[in-house]
Design a protein around this ligand. Structure first.
Ligand SMILES: [Zn+2]
Length: 462
């Protein structure tokens, strides 16, 4: 896990190891700049005197979680083939958990309450067709995904000398599907091409068996008109089937196999012919993010999900959000990917509404006008050293304030309640995110076991 390093003027330098950061701090050459993620500032160094290496930030945007990986890249030319080999070393794995669902639920509830309150205003003139959404408008829950992702990209740009960004933009590359020859040998049948086709079919057929609608089972590619009877390998002749259906169908044509269900046969044939529209193949959030990324001024590269999957299988890397991100784009070798994941959870900054409502929308209680108490705010990272009373001990975690001065602290080992504010020291201000280190969990890999829990924040929930 890398430690971020800034120079004396707060300009980013290359990240260093935990050990090196400890030594720099012990020798008085550095100060702690930020606790989570741990960032130090060198007191005697300027960025002009330092050598920087190219760093790339890789993104795999998801609806609930966005994976990010910060990698150091080294490009060498393979003497035998003359191709560029790009080896990446992972410096940091970050998982950003969005709260799009919470936002949607809160807005739905607010709308329902308002309707209930104001539903019987009969004499109000009709109000419709009088508002338009601006160009590029996204629903608040989707806009939040773009905004929080961009917030973290800007933070990482402040703390590390990022030179390039690569984003997984689309699930599959339609260009590659139409013309398998365009991008060299990787795109020919069987390698990357196969992955693009697979992703395309999963999206087109809704990730379920076309014959029995089975979901969450391994799906196989099935030729609607069997190959042995002259059926082609074109995407319009392919569908997805679960293993039992695929076996039962065998090399029979579709009409014969589904003789008892002609409607389903018709539907499958119609769906097979209809190409998946580009609009359905990509999602609006990813495009909005891509446009925002280009405004950062860094070199932005777009990659497809098919290539990510191909990289991941080829390099034998398990599937997690951030390891997917590390496999996005052009990767020939990936080093040091077995490391703890820095989990960032979007928590929001509290509620805008000051009235708490019951289930039926009646006021039940009121929140205080001020969001702070005794100099603390809900979400602050605090250390409490309790010297008297029943709860003697040291606690570190996310605080929830109470106006009576007795706070609750969410620590890595659970919630501690009723800690008097005078025992608390703030370590970092609330910034709308909760932090946690998560040791990487690898199933069935031949990888090194996760590193033991060390000092500091590694196993902490904030
Ligand atoms: Zn089936």
């Amino acid at each position: 896990m890398a430690v971020f390093v800034l120079d004396k003027r707060k300009k980013p330098l290359m990240p260093c190891s935990e050990k090196r950061a400890r030594l720099l701090l012990e020798r008085g050459r550095a100060r702690v700049h930020r606790m989570v993620p741990f960032t130090i500032r060198l007191v005697d160094r300027r960025v002009e005197d330092s050598a920087l290496q190219p760093l790339r930030l890789k993104l795999d945007p998801g609806s609930k979680t966005t994976g990010m990986a910060l990698v150091r890249e080294k490009e060498t030319v393979d003497a035998s083939t003359g191709t560029i080999v790009r080896a990446s070393t992972v410096l940091m794995l970050l998982e950003l958990q969005h709260r799009g669902h919470a936002i949607r639920d809160a807005l739905t509830q607010r709308r329902a309450f308002r309707r209930r309150r104001r539903g019987n205003l009969r004499y109000r003139p009709a109000r419709f067709d009088n508002r338009t959404k601006p160009e590029g408008w996204l629903a608040p829950s989707l806009q939040h995904r773009v905004d929080t992702t961009m917030a973290w990209i800007h933070r990482l740009m402040r703390w590390t000398p990022v030179t390039a960004i690569v984003q997984e933009l689309v699930r599959f590359d339609t260009q590659a599907l139409q013309n398998p020859e365009i991008l060299g040998t990787e795109y020919q049948q069987g390698t990357l091409f196969g992955y693009e086709v697979r992703e395309y079919l999963l999206e087109k057929w809704g990730r379920k068996c076309a014959y029995c609608d089975a979901e969450n089972v391994p799906l196989e590619i099935d030729h609607i008109h069997p190959r042995s009877k002259g059926g082609s390998d074109r995407v319009s002749n392919l569908t997805l089937a679960c293993h039992p259906c695929n076996q039962r169908k065998g090399n029979r044509p579709l009409e014969q196999f589904l003789a008892k269900a002609p409607e389903r046969a018709q539907k499958i044939l119609a769906q097979a012919k209809a190409p998946l529209r580009d609009a359905a193949a990509v999602n609006s959030t990813r495009w909005a993010l891509f446009q925002r990324l280009q405004a950062t001024g860094l070199a932005v590269e777009a990659a497809s999900g098919g290539r990510t999957k191909w990289n991941r299988h080829r390099l034998h890397i398990p599937k997690t959000h951030c390891l997917d991100a590390a496999c996005v784009g052009h990767v020939d070798a990936l080093q040091r990917w077995q490391q703890p994941v820095f989990q960032v959870r979007a928590t929001g900054r509290g509620s805008y509404q000051r009235t708490r409502l019951t289930r039926y929308g009646f006021p039940r209680g009121y929140l205080t006008r001020s969001k702070s108490a005794y100099g603390f705010q809900t979400g602050d990272l605090v250390r409490a050293v309790v010297t008297t009373g029943k709860q003697v001990g040291t606690y570190l975690g996310r605080v929830a304030i109470r106006t009576n001065g007795r706070f609750n602290i969410q620590t890595g080992n659970g919630l501690v309640q009723g800690i008097p504010h005078r025992f608390c020291t703030r370590i970092q201000r609330a910034d709308g995110y909760g932090y946690r280190w998560h040791p990487i969990s690898v199933k069935g890999g031949n990888d090194a076991p996760p590193r033991p829990q060390g000092r500091g924040f590694r196993a902490m929930t904030i």
